[in-house]
Design a protein around this ligand. Structure first.
Ligand code: BEZ
Ligand code: FE
Length: 285
């Protein structure tokens, strides 16, 4: 029988995983235990604080279902989701950012140049660019999955007045890797804060706002899937995203554009706002 005391406990727990069949599982669990114990030792964690932590997780579980995941939100507001995105970064490739809870399969298939504005009110925006590899060559046969809020900061899932097909699409690109679409400028919005995560934000004097953004998921055969976001550089929350998703390279100008030719080509009122961004894909691992 091992004698467990405060000096031997951590090593004993780590050793208990020595027989893990998967060496990576053994490595991850060992490091998790080491850091968890170091955290408890550093703050001299009290039993009532441990119980508050367990109560938080219990409340998160009670709130979690297919449509709402309070654990992912916890990871988001603690910066863990963003850290895993940043750790996957490849030099020269577009930086990654959070998927968020509003991605849905089955977006309408549209052609390059699609108009998403239709019945939506708001500032018209033309979004154009290309999907390129790390050498700057077009990626052939890429698809873009796109979703955003309307100009009031609501996704279709949050707003019964919007059609389920509103402000989202799936676009298959041609051999030149070029994409283009017209839409309305999205608005900042809050992450859900009516659950335990909201309580944590309030107790910490933090707000729940995200800057406005476009979501993109870019897929192409032979390339690592790219989930990312673009943000208007002039958004009031650009430096205080509740989920730490903003990267300097993803904060882009929504430039005022006065171009009667481009306005006519995309059936936009002139002037309009214009965003240009090239995605850089890294090879699949
Ligand atoms: C979003 O961008 O939709 C989002 C991301 C993280 C948490 C909540 C919402
Ligand atoms: Fe979002």
């Amino acid at each position: 029988m091992q004698a467990i005391d405060r000096n031997t406990l951590t090593d004993a727990v780590i050793a208990s995983f020595a027989g893990a069949h998967d060496p990576r599982l053994k490595e991850v669990l060992g490091a998790l235990v080491r850091h968890l114990h170091a955290f408890a030792r550093e703050v001299e964690l009290r039993p009532e604080e441990w119980r508050a932590g367990i109560a938080f997780l219990t409340a998160a579980a009670a709130m979690t279902d297919d449509r709402r995941n309070e654990f992912v939100l916890t990871s988001d507001i603690l910066g863990l989701t963003s850290l895993t995105d940043l750790l996957q970064g490849v030099p020269g490739a577009t930086e990654r950012s959070v998927l968020g809870p509003f991605h849905a399969e089955g977006s309408p298939e549209v052609a390059v140049g699609a108009d998403l504005i239709r019945g939506n009110t708001g500032q018209p925006v033309l979004v154009v660019g290309r999907v390129l590899d790390l050498a700057g060559q077009p990626v052939r046969g890429a698809t873009i999955d796109f979703w955003q809020t309307n100009a009031l900061g609501h996704y279709w899932q949050q707003d019964p007045s919007q059609s389920p097909d509103n402000l989202r699409f799936r676009m298959r690109l041609g051999d030149d890797g070029g994409y283009a679409f017209t839409t309305v400028r999205p608005a900042p919005y809050t992450v859900p804060y009516d659950g335990p995560v909201g309580g944590l934000l309030r107790a910490s004097g933090r707000h729940a706002w995200r800057p406005a953004h476009f979501h993109f998921r870019v897929l192409a055969e032979g390339y690592a899937p790219l989930t990312t976001e673009l943000f208007p550089a002039d958004d009031p929350y650009i430096d205080q995203d509740a989920v730490f998703g903003v990267r300097a390279s993803l904060a882009v100008p929504f430039a005022k554009c006065d171009s009667p030719e481009e306005a006519a080509r995309y059936r936009l009122p002139n002037p309009f706002e214009r965003v240009e961004f090239d995605f850089r894909m890294s090879p699949a691992r």
